[in-house]
Design a protein around this ligand. Structure first.
Ligand code: GDP
Ligand code: GDP
Ligand code: MG
Length: 403
């Protein structure tokens, strides 16, 4: 134990001695605008303990052992008085990890989706399954936004199975339907979000979609969930069209200690904000940078120009690892049309389906995956801060079947 303490003191003194800043770099500072980020750059040659020794900023100091803190205080040059006046740090929330969220939110999903599941179960449990009944089954699937082609296929698969297996118990019907729906929802593509640092760089996630689908909310919820999983996150407010969007993102960031990079002026170049956010992420050795974008769908060309440019400019600094397309599940076919346009403009790597709590049309999961050939990676199941879950096909199908 004593040896351990001595070791820590020696390491701390050594690090400070060479002006090393790795341990003491301020991570997770709040509300840093681009201006502030630049300021950090300029002071790069000064010992970072300046920031770290202030109790209201760097997190490294607060968690360092007492010996290390004393060593810092000895070595730290006196702070200019104005730097002491840091606004009080908001109380940080400790969000729950992402694992098992869909199971926890299953009741909510079951509430919205079980209408469609129980209608199918009731129809399939009829004594006589005549043509009319099969038409009704297909109709229920289409109404749930599964899409015409998949609805036909599911119906014909079920029809074949019933013919082969003959009379069925309620449990057998349920199991048959479960297997069929699962086969339709599952894809060979991985649903894992690429949010791990790699090659010494943060993972970069670009969040795109039409206005009102839930992009900003998703960025905020995702930042929380990543923080809950122990990652450090930088948020980039590249929706510079509305100042409120940056404020909204900042509120999310502040609650969990994720730095928000935004422009000081309205209507700034979104590509420039995205570039700055990624730069801050690289400098701060963050795990993930999440970039929120504007969703104006004036004309496809505007969108293509703006999103293309944002991506291209980020790529001057580092690779974009994920492009998440946010779709509002309540918009049905309209949402699918949007998806098509976005997929033409950027290489979408995953779909976030929001507002699944507000619609019985969960079949859109099947339709959109088929349409884009990209998996649903996350689902939004409410407006609450932790109502975002990694998509879990089995939990989803069980919720449809009211299980
Ligand atoms: P182009 O407009 O398609 O030619 O793309 P550019 O590569 O010229 O970049 C356009 C915009 O992206 C610039 O006006 C900046 O706002 C932003 N940008 C590009 N590179 C940088 C950079 O190194 N730093 C910052 N802050 N912004 C950049
Ligand atoms: P943006 O314009 O795409 O950035 O959309 P916002 O993030 O501002 O969200 C628009 C509205 O949708 C807000 O009122 C959100 O609270 C709401 N919203 C987002 N995700 C969900 C969800 O999963 N369920 C529900 N019920 N509402 C959501
Ligand atoms: Mg927004």
């Amino acid at each position: 134990m004593t040896a351990y303490i001595i070791l820590i003191v020696v390491v701390a003194v050594l690090l400070l001695g060479v002006g090393g800043t790795v341990l003491l770099r301020p991570r997770g500072m709040h509300g840093v605008r681009r201006g502030r980020a630049r300021e950090l750059d300029l002071t790069g040659s000064m010992p970072r303990v300046d920031d770290g020794s202030s109790a209201t900023t760097g997190t490294a100091t607060a968690t360092a052992p007492p010996e290390q803190r004393q060593a810092e205080q000895r070595q730290a040059p006196p702070e200019p008085p104005e730097q002491r006046q840091v606004p009080p740090r908001p109380t940080l929330e400790k969000p729950p990890p992402s694992a098992g969220r869909m199971i926890r939110l299953r009741a909510r999903l079951a509430r919205s989706q079980s209408g469609f599941g129980s209608a199918l179960l009731a129809l399939l449990s009829r004594d006589r399954l005549d043509d009319d009944t099969w038409d009704e089954i297909e109709e229920v699937l289409i109404t749930a936004d599964v899409g015409v082609t998949p609805a036909r296929q599911i119906t014909s698969d079920l029809r074949t199975k019933v013919k082969v297996e003959g009379t069925r118990s309620t449990d057998e019907v349920r199991e048959m339907l479960r297997t069929e729906l699962l086969a339709q929802v599952e894809t060979s593509a991985s649903r894992a979000l690429r949010t791990q640092r790699h090659e010494g760089r943060p993972a970069v996630v670009l969040v795109v979609g039409v206005n009102g689908t839930g992009k900003t909310t998703t960025c905020g919820k995702l930042a929380r969930s990543l923080v809950g999983d122990g990652q450090t996150v930088v948020l980039g407010a590249a929706d510079t069209f509305r100042a409120a969007a940056a404020d909204q993102l900042q509120t999310w960031g502040e609650r969990v200690g994720a730095e928000v990079v935004r422009s000081d002026k309205d209507g700034a170049d979104p590509a420039s904000v995205a570039f700055d956010a990624v730069s801050v992420g690289v400098e701060q050795e963050a795990d993930v940078v999440l970039i929120d974008t504007a969703g104006r769908l004036h004309t496809k060309n505007d969108l293509m120009d703006e999103l293309g440019k944002v991506k291209r400019v980020i790529e001057k600094r580092t690779a974009v690892d994920e492009v998440l397309l946010v779709l509002d599940a309540t918009t049905g076919q309209n949402g699918l049309r949007q998806a098509r346009v976005f997929a033409e403009v950027v290489d979408v790597t995953g779909i976030v389906l929001t507002k699944l709590d507000g619609t019985a049309k969960g079949g859109i999961v099947i339709a959109v995956q088929r349409e884009l050939g990209v998996p649903v990676k996350l689902v939004g199941l409410g407006e609450g801060p932790d109502d975002l879950a990694p998509f879990d096909p089995a939990a989803f199908v069980d919720a449809i079947l009211g299980g």
